[in-house]
Design a protein around this ligand. Structure first.
Ligand SMILES: NC(=O)c1ccc[n+]([C@@H]2O[C@H](COP(=O)([O-])OP(=O)(O)OC[C@H]3O[C@@H](n4cnc5c(N)ncnc54)[C@H](OP(=O)(O)O)[C@@H]3O)[C@@H](O)[C@H]2O)c1
Length: 343
């Protein structure tokens, strides 16, 4: 039974945190609103009619312990995760509860694996970084596409976003990653990160209808390269993003997402086209939906539900594809995300 269990949302008053709070309520959990700003938390509590407000800053372990007390799990929605992930994972390990985050930062996600894999496994804890649109969905799609294959030569994840209006959190995370890369770009090659001074290539990608052929930025780094390669025997991973979406997210004057429906979702649509190849065979999985921020909530809350009901395959730091039955998880995401698989 998960009904009535408390789940802490850290960064609850952020754009993604608000979707998370609403999704937890819809699924029968009791959201506990946490984050660093007590006034913003109180304001949110009034607007969503929740009573559990627990302010805590990431540099105050005692406050984080009070925030997590009695909870069944914590979902960290406060980015940049380069700053927030480690203190929240530490607090979750002290509390003995699962930790999930929605990090889109490649380096911060790699850090979570690097710093906590041994400790989380020894503690019998579950730590799931990047349990969101980037990092979580792509990993589940590639895992489901591989299915019964023991290995693959290539996995390609191509994103077609009709627009990408970034939140302040996305801009801040991008700035942290750019600073960390010292102005260079990074591509994922030969199983690791490779820093380069040249420009990313552009190619044409034929998406399924109705998107069709679009120019995409190749080697566009998403958190999927920090999650899927941790558990999938695929020789080469490639990620792509439609050029227009890259321009949108980088433009200083792009607006923030605007709500167009009663759930607070923006009009943004996405199509994720995953192709895997092995010895001349090819499989394709396509996922479609609306609003990459909003959809991260059903992804993370479905993950919490599965962890708390014991539907997991491993312990320690694990990505979505390693932790869950990917095909079954993807089916459970309807109607938020529709998925088609073809051989
Ligand atoms: N992987 C994915 O697909 C995916 C999906 C959605 C979101 N994300 C990531 O999630 C993060 C949040 O996104 P968002 O859209 O919700 O952005 P947002 O609306 O700007 O919210 C950011 C939240 O993070 C909090 N925060 C920032 N720095 C903090 C710190 N040092 N300590 C405590 N709280 C801090 C902010 O609190 P204050 O207002 O007090 O600063 C705010 O609550 C971003 O990094 C974004 O890239 C990733």
């Amino acid at each position: 039974m998960v009904a009535g269990q408390m789940v802490v949302v850290y960064g609850a008053y952020g754009h993604t945190g608000r979707f998370m709070v609403a999704e937890l309520r819809e699924r029968g959990f009791v959201p506990v609103l946490s984050g660093r700003d007590a006034d913003k938390l109180k304001e949110l509590a009034v607007s969503v009619n929740e009573s559990e407000v627990r302010p805590a800053s990431v540099d105050d372990p005692a406050a984080l312990d009070r925030a997590l007390a009695g909870a069944a799990a914590v979902i960290n929605c406060a980015g940049p995760f380069a700053t927030t992930a480690a203190p929240l994972v530490e607090a979750a390990l002290r509390a003995g509860i699962p930790y999930l985050d929605v990090a889109g930062e490649v380096e911060a996600t790699l850090d979570t694996f690097a710093h906590f894999t041994d400790r989380a496994r020894t503690a019998g804890a579950v730590v799931v970084p990047a349990m969101a649109f980037y990092g979580g969905l792509g990993d589940l799609l590639v895992t489901a596409a591989l299915g019964d294959w023991e290995k693959a030569d290539e996995a390609h994840i191509a994103y077609a976003l009709d627009s990408w209006h970034p939140t302040p959190g996305t801009r801040a995370a991008g700035a942290v990653s750019r600073a960390r890369r010292g102005g260079r770009r990074v591509r994922f090659a030969n199983g690791g990160m490779e820093y380069r001074d040249d420009s990313a290539p552009t190619v044409d990608w034929v998406f399924p209808d109705p998107v069709g052929t679009r120019t995409v930025v190749g080697e566009f780094l998403t958190a999927d390269v920090a999650t899927a390669p941790t558990h999938l025997p695929v020789a080469e991973f490639s990620t792509y993003m439609t050029v227009d979406a890259v321009k949108d997210v980088l433009a200083p004057d792009s607006p923030a997402p605007t709500a167009v429906d009663e759930r607070g979702r923006s009009a943004q649509t996405f199509l994720v086209d995953v192709v895997v190849r092995s010895g001349g065979r090819e499989r394709r999985v396509v996922a479609r939906g609306q609003d990459i921020y909003a959809v991260s909530a059903p992804l993370a809350v479905e993950a919490v539900h599965r962890i708390l009901t014991g539907r997991t395959r491993t312990l320690g730091v694990a990505s979505a594809g390693a932790l869950f039955d990917a095909a079954d998880f993807l089916r459970a995401l309807a109607p938020h995300i529709s998925v088609e698989l073809s051989e």
